[in-house]
Every structure is written in structure tokens, then in C-alpha cells.
Design a protein around this ligand. Structure first.
Ligand code: SAH
Length: 299
């Protein structure tokens, strides 16, 4: 069955009970078991759910860059996977969430959101059986769906200290729309921007079946943000620049947060807080690996 024919409507919207309360679990004392630095294409080729050589790098999105963007592999309707069965996908998603909690994700609201969103809806049918491994996977146009750990981690960082839902969140780099769907579970209103038009359109198709009313998709250059809709209580970048564009810093609400990968080869996740109208603080959190943040639009 194609994913568009099998919407998990019973899961949306989530009840308040599912999305409130914080975990009293302590962060696992051992260092998180993070994904190895491998290309998303290799991830896709790997059938084992456990990457063989874990390294301390979380992979948000791994792909090489090129002026000519390859189209995604064509979808095969005949290609079905056990994960497309709602019962199987619920079980493997629960296992993924358990793994996230062992990796150090403590926020129960974030874990509930990760459990609610069917990640296999956002990848090619041929990759659906790998949708719940902790790895980035190709989505076409040299871009990837981010690794579950880094999606959960960035959302946890944005939510930290906020009781209830985050009022307004902006995501730069919609890709296939997965992280935006997770964000929509923990925020009142989510805006997301993608610069590659076919991906923006694919994300729209992926999200259609989920009927998420509090998510708005924009096509454009996310480096400019959405000044007409600013300020945002949380801003998440899903692509790495050499620095965070000033336009985005200006669009953080006072008291709000921005989380972004920064760097080229050696990237780190940065948390920027806007503490006063003209004052921001920066904290370096951990190593990561994302596709590059690029200016302008494509397509
Ligand atoms: N959020 C995605 C990750 C997508 S990968 C997920 O759920 O897994 C990062 C995305 O950022 C790519 O689709 C890339 O095209 C996009 N991107 C890079 N630079 C951008 C920019 N300036 N504006 C908007 N999107 C950008």
C-alpha cells in the first residue's frame, strides 16, 4: 500500500497527556551511542540497524555537494515493506524511542512526539524498512532526512525549560518534512522553509496524509528567515553554515533560542539564546554533521 493511502489519522492530533510532563529519567551516564560519520547513501545500503563503528558524531544530514542535483530514485509502488503495516511500524518506532532515551534524550514530550510521527512516511518505499534505524537516509537532490537522535536532540534543546508547548517555531531546511512534523507536536505553530522546490513539494505530499493544522511550509531562502512572521521562540537550522545568519539572530524572540550546526568538516551544534534586544549568548553543545546551508533557491 502506498503511504498516502495509509494515514495514521488516529494519532493526530496528539492528546495533551501525550505531550506534557517531563521525564524524570536521568540522562544516561554513558556517552550517547551516536551514529558513525558515513554517507546517507551508505546508511541506506546498510541493512543492519546498528551502524558497525559508532563515532561521536551525530549525523543530521550527510551528503556530498554538487552543482547538478540528482533526482530521487523513482518510487516503486510494487515495493512494499513490513514496516508499512501500522502494527509493525508502531513497534519499531517504540524501539527507536527507547534507543533515543538510552542515547540521552530525557524530555518525555520530545520522546512522545518522536513516537507519534511515522518516519517511514518520509522516505522512499524502498527505504521504509530502514526508516527507524538511527541514521540519516537519502531523500534525493543530495539531501537527507536527519538521523532520529539529532532531530530529538535539537527539539529537546529548543524546548528546555518551557512548560507546555513552544508558541512559535521556525525550521530552516524542510527537506522531506519529517522534523517539521515532529516540531508540530511540541509547538503551537511551526513554519518551515526549503530552498529546493521539488523537495518543498515532496514534503507537502508527505505531510498531506498526516493532516497537521499547525504547520506552514514555505519555499525560499531560509537564510533570510521569515521577517514578516518573526519573532520566533525557537529557530532550528537543519543545515550547517559557517556562521548563523544575522537575519535569523534578529528573528529570535527575546528569551527565545536558536539551535544550529555550524562549520564545514568539523561541525558543532550551537545553542544561541537571545537574552536582551541587543544581546545573544552562544553555547557549543556537541559534534554533528549536516548538509551545507546554501543561499538562494533551486528549482
Ligand atoms: N529537516 C529535514 C532535514 C533536511 S536536510 C529532516 O526532517 O530530516 C537539510 C535541508 O536544508 C535540505 O533539504 C536543504 O535543501 C535545506 N537547505 C539548505 N540551505 C537552505 C536554505 N538557505 N534555506 C532553506 N533550506 C535550506
Amino acid at each position: 500500500m502506498s503511504k498516502d493511502q495509509d494515514p495514521p489519522k488516529r494519532r493526530f492530533p496528539l492528546t495533551l497527556d501525550q505531550l506534557t510532563g517531563r521525564a524524570d529519567r536521568q540522562r544516561a551516564s554513558a556517552a550517547p551511542q551516536l551514529n558513525s560519520l558515513q554517507t546517507a547513501t551508505r546508511n541506506a545500503a546498510q541493512h543492519s540497524p546498528q551502524p558497525s563503528a559508532p563515532a561521536p558524531v551525530a549525523s543530521g544530514a550527510v551528503a556530498s555537494s554538487s552543482a547538478v542535483l540528482p533526482k530521487p530514485p523513482s518510487r516503486s509502488l510494487a515495493e512494499t515493506s513490513a514496516v508499512n503495516s501500522p502494527l509493525v511500524s508502531d513497534a519499531v518506532r517504540r524501539a527507536m524511542v527507547q534507543r533515543l532515551s538510552q542515547q540521552g534524550i530525557q524530555d518525555a514530550t520530545v520522546l512522545a512526539a518522536m513516537e507519534a510521527v511515522p518516519r517511514h512516511f518520509f522516505v522512499e518505499p524502498g527505504l521504509a524498512s530502514q526508516a527507524y534505524i538511527d541514521a540519516s537516509l537519502p531523500i534525493g537532490y543530495h539531501q537527507t532526512i536527519s538521523q532520529p537522535y539529532i532531530v530529538a536532540r535539537m527539539i529537546e534543546v529548543i524546548r528546555d525549560g518551557i512548560e507546555g508547548k513552544v508558541p512559535r517555531v521556525l525550521e530552516i531546511g524542510t527537506g522531506c518534512g519529517y522534523q517539521a512534523a515532529v516540531l508540530a507536536q511540541i509547538a503551537n505553530q511551526v513554519y518551515t522553509i526549503e530552498r529546493i522546490r521539488p523537495l518543498h513539494e515532496q514534503a507537502r505530499r508527505n505531510l498531506r496524509a498526516l493532516l497537521i493544522p499547525n504547520l506552514r511550509l514555505h519555499y525560499g531562502d531560509g537564510m533570510l528567515g521569515l521577517p514578516q512572521l518573526a519573532p520566533f521562540d525557537g529557530i532550528i537550522l537543519a543545515a550547517a553554515g559557517l556562521e548563523v545568519p544575522q537575519a535569523l539572530l534578529d528573528q529570535i524572540a527575546v528569551g527565545g533560542r536558536l539551535v544550529a550546526p555550524v562549520g564545514v568538516r568539523n561541525q558543532v551544534l550551537k545553542l544561541i539564546r537571545r537574552i536582551k534586544r541587543n544581546e545573544w549568548t552562544t553555547e557549543t553543545l556537541e559534534r554533528c554533521h549536516f548538509v551545507p546551508l546554501r543561499p538562494g533557491t533551486f528549482g
